[in-house]
Design a protein around this ligand. Structure first.
Ligand code: FAD
Length: 383
């Protein structure tokens, strides 16, 4: 790795490793697609009871207040044991946003259930006609006295069919110019009358996301985060957290372990050309870990990453795809098997892992959009 543990960190690593070995159920280890809530949320709540569910949250909000290096140790140990992906929208996205922009009442209402794992959140940004061009979104929220009436259609909403709440961008001033000046950030209870959720199947065979239809849904005015028509600023701050969270090296580290395990099982590991590519991939995963920890350190000091978050989103997502290409190569003739391949590291579902990696250069803003952000807002290149 790019760093060595101090004696105290080595001790912490030992504690995390033995606790995970003793507490993470075997059936949740090394899963390729995210397990459904009935299987996953008990594990979330076990981590929560241990006080380890939110290493990056400050202790004042019930988080672990872990140092940067402790967070890295946890990431590496979760990867080592093959821990499953947890729902991230509460812990990594809306939680930190409410800490920065929410009212005292919003924090008191929403942060404790996120930590406890008693509510699940979804993100309602994209619409059928507004993905990369998010500012063209059409879903409307009309303020009527003490509440908004919300009407619209969201799509690609991760885990909405399992979620209790959705933070969403809504058009509150259709005349505003530029268009993003007429958008507000609302918290919507998905159990409200008028909400309909329809799951969408993905190429990897999981129901990872949904469409959300909002038909005159009543949302209390106090569920507005920040000021009316100032949602774009909050949305961008949240995208910084999202792009950083999607760059967590836990999954590239796990994929690297899977590549090695399957290459040993198939014998591809003995091919010198494959060894070269494996070495290059390992160096890139180490680079990502270093980039990620630098970005976490910046975030700890400045709250939200700016447009620089695009660098790490781009690097990590394209790396995860390259690793999955290598996984297919390592599996050789087994890559197309419709069932997992047995290895010393457990069963590896090569096809599902490969298909799943296709999505990472789309969500959180596609690679093309990250390159546009970097060109315009970081490098100040002309349009
Ligand atoms: C697995 C997954 C989970 C998701 N979860 C959520 C979620 O929870 N909540 C949510 O709100 N959304 C979610 N999304 C949606 C995601 O944010 C959008 O798919 C993404 O922003 C792209 O928008 P689009 O699909 O409308 O594609 P489009 O914007 O129509 O883009 C189509 C293609 O054109 C390219 N393109 C578009 N504009 C430009 C440009 N200006 N310059 C160069 N190329 C361009 C894009 O890169 C892309 O390749 C998820 C998507 C996926 C795949």
């Amino acid at each position: 790795m790019f760093r060595r543990d101090t004696p105290a960190e080595a001790e912490f690593r030992k504690e995390v490793r033995s606790w995970l070995e003793a507490n993470l159920p075997a059936m949740l280890r090394g899963r390729t697609v995210r397990p459904p809530p009935a299987e996953l949320m008990p594990w979330y709540r076990t981590l929560s009871r241990k006080g380890w569910i939110a290493p990056h949250w400050p202790t004042q909000y019930g988080g672990m207040g872990a140092t940067l290096n402790e967070q890295i140790v946890m990431t590496e140990e979760l990867a080592r044991i093959g821990a499953p992906a947890l729902p991230a929208q509460g812990l990594n996205h809306i939680g930190p946003i409410l800490m920065e922009f929410g009212t005292a009442a919003q924090k008191a209402q929403h942060l404790p259930p996120i930590l406890a794992g008693t509510v699940i959140w979804a993100q309602g940004y994209s619409e059928p006609g507004a993905g990369s061009d998010l500012a063209s979104l059409m879903s409307r929220a009309t303020l009527q006295g003490d509440h908004f009436v919300v009407r619209g259609h969201k799509i690609w909403t991760t885990w909405a069919h399992h979620s209790d709440w959705m933070y969403a961008l809504m058009r509150t001033d259709p005349q505003a110019q530029p268009r993003h000046a007429g958008i507000s950030f609302l918290l919507i209870d998905l159990h409200s009358p008028g909400v309909k959720v329809r799951p969408i199947n993905t190429i990897a065979g999981d129901e990872e996301f949904s469409e959300v239809f909002l038909d005159d849904v009543v949302v209390p005015a106090e569920n507005l985060v920040g000021k009316l028509n100032d949602g774009w600023r909050i949305a961008n701050a949240l995208l910084g957290h999202e792009r950083l969270a999607t760059a967590n090296p836990q999954f590239p580290l796990m994929t690297l372990d899977r590549i090695k395990a399957i290459a040993r099982a198939t014998g591809v590991i003995d091919d010198p050309a494959f060894q070269d590519r494996l070495a290059a991939a390992s160096i890139n995963v180490t680079t990502l870990s270093a980039l990620f920890s630098h970005a976490v350190e910046l975030t700890n000091n400045a709250h939200s990453l700016g447009p620089e978050a695009s660098i790490i989103k781009l690097f990590s997502s394209e790396l995860l795809q390259a690793l999955n290409d290598l996984l297919v190569e390592a599996a050789g003739g087994h890559a197309l098997a419709d069932k997992p391949v047995a290895t010393g590291f457990g069963d590896v579902d090569v096809a599902a892992s490969f298909f799943q990696s296709r999505r990472v250069t789309i969500y959180g803003g596609s690679s093309e959009i990250q390159r546009n952000v970097l060109a315009r807002r970081v490098l100040n290149l002309p349009n």
